[in-house]
Design a binder for this molecule. Structure first.
Ligand SMILES: O=C(O)CC1=CCC(=O)O1
Length: 264
């Protein structure tokens, strides 16, 4: 891992696999850092160059004052691709990371060879739901609502049986910088990607977790229906974060999609 300067901010990144291989960049969800991709990245690392990063306001990257926008996050990702000399990449994004991926594909189609959109949509939540979340966090901190959030991240089986894993991912969420977290809630509140989706030219696979209460399969399918030619699939044993709960299944879906897209 390393720290790099891009778009005026310091980013926590991990670039592996070598510049000669087809690149995949992974963009993570609200309240998570790039460790959620590690098991998927480990499975794909032999064939691809893998770029992981903590988006602004998350993990060990800078957390400038908010509010943020999806375009801020997209500018960051473009600056990181430039920094690493990656002319084009497959972009895999989960949740708000998938919204950043959609915006990138619409804004800079030449930089995006293929898309995998996990647990995401053209619109997530409502102005009211994001305001309520920010208010709860301002009152009690992220830890005060962490379990309510994680109900959507992981299946009941995972939460009940993998207690150490659950505790670790809960720690990651609860220790996120509050300012960066709430600033990204504002980006989610304001983002509507209906127009972007209709203009996406990259071969796209949309993936939903069957038990996801945050972006349920029907919502992800509705987004797939807006993206020309997009395919849609459901992972049975996963909720909002399939990269943690079903990394082998997700890695295989990504690899197959990228090979079909001629990027692997
Ligand atoms: O953490 C959540 O509530 C789920 C989520 C919504 C947008 C995102 O990035 O994560």
């Amino acid at each position: 891992m390393a720290f790099v300067q891009a778009n005026g901010l310091a980013f926590h990144v991990a670039d592996s696999g070598g510049p000669e291989k087809p690149a995949i960049v992974f963009s993570n969800s609200l309240g998570s850092d790039f460790r959620i991709w590690q098991e998927v990245a480990d499975r794909l690392g032999g064939r691809y160059r893998i770029l992981l990063y903590d988006k602004r306001g998350h993990g060990l990257s800078d957390a400038p004052p908010g509010p943020y926008t999806i375009d801020d996050h997209t500018d960051d990702l473009l600056a990181l691709l430039d920094h690493f000399g990656i002319a084009n990449a497959a972009v895999v994004g989960v949740s708000v990371g998938g919204m950043i991926a959609q915006r990138l594909a619409a804004r800079a189609p030449q930089r995006v060879k293929a898309l995998v959109l996990c647990s995401t949509a053209v619109k997530i939540g409502t102005a009211e739901s994001w305001a309520a979340r920010v208010e709860a966090i301002q009152a009690g901190g992220i830890a005060s609502i962490a379990d309510a959030i994680l109900v959507n991240w992981f299946t009941p089986g995972f939460r009940g049986e993998r207690t150490a894993d659950y505790a670790g991912w809960r720690n990651m969420l609860a220790r996120m910088p509050v300012e960066g977290y709430n600033a990204t809630c504002a980006a989610l509140r304001d983002a509507d990607l209906h127009v972007d989706a209709g203009g996406i030219a990259a071969p796209t696979l949309c993936v939903a977790g069957a038990h996801d209460g945050s972006t349920p399969p029907d919502l992800v399918r509705a987004t797939a229906d807006l993206i020309p030619g997009a395919r849609f699939t459901v992972i049975g044993d996963a909720a909002h974060i399939p990269s943690v709960e079903a990394p082998g299944v997700l890695a295989e879906l990504i690899d197959n999609h990228l090979r079909e897209a001629g990027h692997g």
